[in-house]
Design a protein around this ligand. Structure first.
Ligand SMILES: NC(=O)C1=CN([C@@H]2O[C@H](COP(=O)(O)OP(=O)(O)OC[C@H]3O[C@@H](n4cnc5c(N)ncnc54)[C@H](O)[C@@H]3O)[C@@H](O)[C@H]2O)C=CC1
Ligand SMILES: N[C@@H](CC=O)C(=O)O
Ligand code: NA
Length: 430
């Protein structure tokens, strides 16, 4: 019988546990698809006593020792975080072992160096699971669309926050309750502030922008806002204008007189309920890709959870194992374009603003003047009076984000404005 390919599994939590189970359940099919059996050589964990499901002789707390073993051919990293994951991946590739990872935080911080190390060693580094869980997205960007020019990628790439926002909109559930459910279901990161504050989505946006535009984008290049400031009022105001609130990742290649730039941002936004992304509920993700020749493409599916993510990990494992059987590594991504990042301040956006004002003559004109003075044009305005107060709901036309944020600062200073009760960007309105 052909000698098996031996796999080191680093981490056995939500994703690692599902990978281990599927490797066992699908052993026969995987052997047929790869041309050689795949066998688990060892499973590195922090607390072996917490893993009665794993055969004791496979468990180890020495992840580095496992990676270095001569009988290990391939490494699956599902620990997460920067260290020790980075050192373990580098040790693996330097020892000639191809790596599959689900670690967006690490790839978004240090992808260039990790790819360089993998290319130097002639091994593969695949990470389909790192963005949008089960959805085949990175390989289509890296391979299927390699002959096209991608201009824009926009989507929902964090399952936890989408689950929270969906629950808030559909059932009126509170933020903490919805987050606890998402954690229980295995969607949230080990530290869920990575989800709530947009770090996870920003890392994914950096990976998407790097692959789409053939340039190096790190998480630090991404403008990031999470959902912790999204209130029940924001959700209600969105519903009043036929919108819903979603955390969006938007990656754009922008043509300019001095050459192209990339603008990459993650923030909550109101989108019309008729927009295809508005129907993406729970932990599902969806990503639109706009390419010059292909036009618009949509990718949709489960963006988080043990089994869906393990599906992507196993897909990568089959790919790197096939390459290993063929005796060659696949082509890595290219980053030749060297495009600078455009700051959010210069990025055109639209705002929805809700104000509590004193219902006195001239208040509307005073508010309108504040917008005009900052070069921001108003698209719609609605005034609801109640007693001596009124609510003004304003949707702007597109303007540089800096102009919009200085308008909000100026509004807060106006004596007639009693409170700025909701400020959210708006996307997808015609
Ligand atoms: N849960 C999900 O839906 C998804 C997770 N991911 C990514 O997959 C990776 C793993 O995520 P989860 O399985 O959800 O996390 P988890 O927290 O459930 O599992 C991580 C495991 O790694 C172990 N670990 C930590 N340090 C270790 C060390 N030094 N040596 C050995 N084991 C160690 C932990 O004990 C834990 O069992 C992360 O990079 C995450 O961002 C990607 C897509 C979806
Ligand atoms: N915590 C992440 C897991 C998948 O990447 C999410 O909620 O999307
Ligand atoms: Na994916």
């Amino acid at each position: 019988m052909t000698a098996p390919l031996r796999v080191a599994l680093l981490g056995c939590g939500t994703v690692g546990g599902a990978v281990l189970r599927l490797l066992d359940e699908q052993a026969g099919d995987l052997t047929a698809r790869i041309g050689r059996p795949v066998q688990v050589a060892g499973v590195a964990v922090r607390r072996p006593d917490r893993h009665p499901e794993v055969p004791a002789d496979l468990l180890t707390t020495d992840a580095l020792g496992l990676v270095a073993r001569d009988d290990v051919d391939l490494v699956v990293e599902v620990i997460g975080g920067i260290e020790p994951a980075r050192s373990l991946i580098l040790a693996a590739v330097e020892a000639g072992k191809s790596v599959v990872s689900a670690n967006k935080a690490l790839l978004a911080e240090d992808g260039v160096a990790l790819h360089a190390a993998a290319a130097k060693a002639g091994v593969d580094l695949y990470y389909e699971a790192s963005v949008a869980g089960a959805i085949p997205l990175l390989r289509p960007l890296r391979e299927s669309l390699a002959g096209d020019q991608i201009r824009r990628v926009v989507g929902i790439v964090n399952g936890t926050t989408n689950y929270i926002l969906s629950r808030m909109a559909e059932t009126g559930a509170g933020f903490s309750e919805a987050l606890a459910e998402a954690t229980e279901l295995g969607y949230a990161e080990a530290d869920p502030t990575a989800d709530v504050d947009g770090f996870d989505a920003a890392a994914k946006a950096a990976i998407l922008a790097s692959l789409s535009f053939h340039t190096a984008v790190t998480a630090a290049d991404v403008h990031r806002e999470g959902i912790s400031a999204v209130s029940a009022t924001d959700v209600a105001r969105a519903a009043e204008i036929g919108c819903t609130v979603k955390l969006l990742a938007i990656c754009e290649r922008v043509a300019g007189e001095d050459g192209d730039t990339v603008a990459v941002r993650v923030h909550p936004a109101m989108i019309p309920t008729s927009h295809p992304l508005a129907a993406v509920g729970g932990a599902f993700n969806a990503v639109f890709v706009e390419a010059e020749a292909a036009g618009q493409l949509m990718f949709y599916g489960q963006g988080a959870g043990g089994e869906p993510t393990a599906s992507a990990v196993l897909g990568d494992l089959v790919a790197v194992a096939r390459n290993r059987v063929a005796g060659a590594a696949g082509a890595g991504p290219t980053a030749y374009a060297d495009l600078p990042a455009r700051p959010i301040a210069e990025t055109p956006t639209r705002y929805h603003v809700s104000l509590d004002v004193a219902d006195v003559p001239g208040v509307l004109a005073t508010v309108a003047t504040a917008f005009a003075e900052h070069g921001v044009s108003i698209a719609t305005v609605r005034q609801d009076g109640h007693g001596d107060a009124a609510t003004l709901v304003i949707v702007t036309h597109s303007a540089p984000d800096a102009a919009l944020s200085s308008t909000i600062a100026a509004l807060r200073e106006l004596p007639a404005v009693r409170g700025v009760t909701s400020v959210l960007r708006v996307e997808g309105l015609s």
